[in-house]
Design a protein around this ligand. Structure first.
Ligand code: GRF
Length: 303
């Protein structure tokens, strides 16, 4: 709650906007409505209780941290409201625990313009991971989650929801984030959280299937095809509705490392395509709650 209090200092009305009811039979996904009363701080104030060495972000001096939220100058955050074909530019949170190569490819696609959205915050459970370093280097605020004995600066689930609300986050992209997503976050962001998994779910998914373990299991099974899956996130590991998949062949003499590298290359392209579709509001929910991607070129086609 300390973070809530601190951030509330910037906020004329700290009320969290109500969660939408999304139980409609068939609709285009849209992000949670953000309250117009949210105040965008002109300037982030510096707090200093944790152990980051101040670095430079562009020309700006950064960066202080309190209770899991590293603060940056406000103008490092995009407030773009620009419309593309009548669709508002989206705000994205990315969660990582490791190197963050998917995060980087989405960030690059955002800068290059194919993704109609901006990564406004990076959430990690590993403050020193490659993804967090990349975010700091690019001036993207870093948030620590969860709070643990080893990471007492991390946020609680309810504080994380508050922080994401204050960043006006529309979609959450899990990209190699190894912790289970708390139910508070799933309820606060219905149909708005996706994850990438390096196998063709529902095969080789679930608790314990992460990193190289997935690729070793694929090779040991004799499967001839594997590939990334992007799915919506529910309370369990890797069980949410599948949104997109891409097939990668398993070669006879593949090592797990070779296979992982081939799958990862495919992940980068797939995650960018899915993020483009999310940001352009091209996700359509079939009546049986299967999400489909509407083709950009031919809007009557769905995959
Ligand atoms: C990817 O293989 C992804 O499928 C899995 O974690 C890995 C993350 O890689 N969930 P990176 O951090 O994006 O490089």
């Amino acid at each position: 709650m300390e973070t809530q209090r601190l951030l509330s200092g910037f906020c004329s009305n700290p009320t969290i906007p109500p969660v939408r009811n999304t139980k409609k039979p068939f609709f285009v996904a849209s992000p949670p409505t953000s309250s117009a009363s949210f105040y965008q701080p002109r300037k982030w104030v510096s707090y200093r209780t944790c152990h980051f060495v101040p670095q430079r972000v562009g020309s700006k001096q950064r960066l202080k941290c309190k209770n899991g939220v590293e603060n940056v100058e406000d103008d490092a955050i995009s407030h773009g409201k620009d419309l593309k074909n009548g669709v508002r530019r989206k705000k994205l949170a990315v969660f990582v625990s490791g190197g963050g190569s998917n995060f980087r490819s989405i960030h690059e696609a955002s800068l290059q313009g194919s993704v109609h959205g901006d990564i406004v915050v990076l959430v990690t459970n590993k403050r020193g991971c490659g993804g967090a370093e990349y975010a700091r280097d690019k001036g993207i605020p870093v948030v620590l989650f969860p709070k643990t004995k080893e990471e007492p600066d991390g946020l609680s689930p309810s504080d994380l929801v508050s922080v994401l609300r204050r960043f006006e986050v529309d979609f959450i992209l899990l990209a190699g984030y190894l912790k289970l997503i708390p139910v508070e976050l799933i309820r606060a962001y219905p149909r708005s959280i996706v994850n990438i998994h390096p196998s063709l779910l529902p095969a080789f998914g679930g608790k314990g299937y992460y990193g190289m373990k997935v690729h070793k299991a694929v090779i040991a099974s004799g499967a001839r095809y594997t590939g990334p899956t992007i799915h919506f996130v529910d309370e369990h590991y890797d069980t949410g509705r599948i949104l997109a998949q891409s097939v990668v062949p398993v070669l006879a003499n593949d090592t797990a490392e070779e296979l992982a590298a081939r799958v990862l290359r495919e992940e980068h392209g797939l995650y960018v395509k899915v993020t483009e579709a999310l940001c352009e509001e091209r996700i359509i929910w079939r009546e049986d709650s299967v999400p489909l991607i509407q083709s950009k070129e031919n809007p009557s086609e769905f995959r």
